[in-house]
Design a protein. Sequence first.
Length: 455
Amino acid sequence: MTRVAILGGGPGGYEAALVAAQLGAEVTLVDRDGVGGSAVLTDCVPSKTLIATAEVVSDAAESAELGVELGHDSVGVDLRRVNQRVLALAKAQSADTTAAVEKAGVQILRGTGRLAPGDRVVVDDGAHEFVADVALLATGARPRILPEAEPDGERILTWEQVYDLEELPEHLVVVGSGVTGAEFASAYNALGSDVTLVSSRDRVLPGEDADAAYVLEEVFARRGLNVLSKSRAASVRRDGSGVVVSLTDGRTVRGSHCLMAVGSVPNTEGLGLSECGVALDERGFVKVDRVSRTSARGVYAAGDVTGVNMLASVAAMQGRTAMWHALGDAVSPLNLKTVAANVFTDPEIATVGWSQAAVDAGDIDAVAVKLPLATNARAKMLGIRDGFVKLFCRPGTGIIVGGVVVAPRASELIHPISLAVEASLTVDQMARAFTVYPSLSGSVAEAARQLHRRD
């Protein structure tokens, strides 16, 4: 029986454990903070639970055109109760995941593990020690901390600390306009905070589709969210009951709280990597190939610690792929061009496959069509004013190679496009599939119809 050791219980770790157990291995999962990892306890699940509340508030606030009368001038939020629910849900999800892993026959050791020469795994500096034929590193990452903006957990916060707040920030300054910064800025704006988003780039979400980012910036402006573009934070300090964010151009921004969202750093310290021959890249992430192998024999890695498209879904796929490969099952190398991703702003931005930037740069020959949701009958009924569906296909074959959806619940609408990209479906195949009328998904089919080409 193959002995498998997994360090870290996030999506990469627990999904790998389930696959390894299914394939008959003897599996030990070493986990310090709780099965589910940061994705469940401090990141994805908590943030999206907070965002779910923000969506309800936003829908209620903008429901007047649908004939809804709330009886009050505004919708209030009890942030203490919101965060209590956030943390309770995260804890419950971790418990459910733990139960599933234990039911599969995986042994869970609570503690901090590291690799040691001789295929050994040492837990808590010797409290436990065992030999493993295969090891998987899934230790994740943590918020990047700037020396000039040290979080204090009260006014200067990382995204892991916001759930300790009991009152809604009067004026939240968010530093960083990537996915995390944009999501929290959108959520707190909907919850009722004044929000200033400090962006070092010329637009929010610089890594996303430009058309999608433009829509989001229009929505932010309409809802009173202030974006400071081409502005870089130099420092953040406490000032009485508030904070002062100093920018590199000499300006200052005062607020009640500051949320730092300036990236992540991998958790690689104390893992015995150099002693065991595990190489890191120039950013400090563990180097892996497309089946999750590291440079050391028998050692794999998955999730944020690898820096490969830092999504829970990618971490889970890396973990499963590692175990399929290590244990001799059928495996396909990770293909990042089939990864569906979503930004949980309001509206959401979902993407899959090749991007507009890649098409414009000539990296792939593709044609595109973009349909605004404003002309969709179902969108009109729901009061949706913002968003679009965009499809990319190859000009000769019509094979769908990518797509973008900007809409409420875009994370759900992207799935048929994701299936099309994975299966190399053509626009004609997509167009022939029935959609419900009226429905938002009808715009996906309509975009496919508009991409039809006669020879």
